[in-house]
Design a protein around this ligand. Structure first.
Ligand SMILES: [Fe+2]
Length: 250
């Protein structure tokens, strides 16, 4: 399995608070059958990309020798995108997942998205040639209210990442399963921040997805992630538009 989104490196953000926590999280990854972990600390645009990358690389260098064998690490970032908070395009391009053009983008959680948000994102994609992956697409209030945004984002060339926890937790489960059913789960990550409350829970999620009858969709996401990490250039797979119907999604 691949864990596409984590806050597993210590001392960088609100993720792993120390080295011991981080190493325990890597053990959790290994014991759940995860072979590739993307380390994606938050980038909010307050530090320069250079400073951020130096801090991230130092955190990894400090830990590297002690990470359990059998895990392939990819360094990256989770880039918060409001349309106005980011460095210029050249700098932005430095925040991709190493060895690829992929950039993990976090959009605003609460409230209505500004009218300029998606055009600004489209502009950055066009200018930089980066391949955007939208982090935990199930978590945005705006998307839950207007699920047609899912098709809009994927038509723009955005791959969509869903958190493993969404397949387990009651408040997100229906929507996450609808995303699977409609073909919009391209990447899956634990978004793990610690060892207990926001821990690595990919295996539990995989079992929940299989039990719900979506084993093939889970495997499809694994294949898409593999291709993305191999640097393959391919269009976002098309999904079937989702509509909100009272409290369910169809
Ligand atoms: Fe995250």
């Amino acid at each position: 399995m691949i864990d596409f989104h984590t806050h597993i490196l210590p001392h960088l953000d609100d993720g792993a608070k120390d080295t011991a926590t981080s190493l325990y999280m890597f053990q959790q990854e290994l014991s759940q059958g995860v072979k590739t972990v993307l380390c994606t600390p938050h980038y909010y645009g307050k530090r320069s990309p250079e400073r951020f990358l130096t801090q991230r690389n130092n955190a990894y260098a400090h830990l590297k020798e002690r990470i359990p064998q059998g895990i392939d690490i990819r360094l990256g970032a989770e880039v918060h995108f409001t349309g106005i908070n980011l460095p210029n395009h050249e700098e932005f391009g430095k925040l991709t997942i190493e060895g690829t053009k992929i950039i993990l983008i976090e959009l605003p959680f609460l409230g209505k998205w500004s009218r300029g948000l998606l055009p600004a994102l489209a502009d950055v994609i066009y200018e930089t040639g980066c391949v955007p992956v939208i982090a935990h697409v199930e978590r945005y209030c705006e998307v839950r209210k207007r699920p047609n945004l899912i098709s809009e984002l994927s038509d723009m060339g955005c791959f969509l990442q869903v958190n493993a926890r969404a397949f387990i937790e009651k408040r997100d489960r229906k929507f996450a399963m609808a995303l699977l059913e409609h073909g919009f789960v391209h990447c899956i990550g634990s978004d793990a921040h610690d060892t207990v409350i926001r821990s690595v829970d990919l295996l539990e999620a995989k079992k929940a997805v299989e039990k719900a009858g979506y084993a093939a969709e889970w495997e499809r996401a694994q294949e898409i992630m593999e291709k993305l990490l191999a640097g393959e250039d391919f269009p976002v797979p098309q999904g079937k538009p989702i509509r909100k119907f009272f409290k369910s999604y169809r």
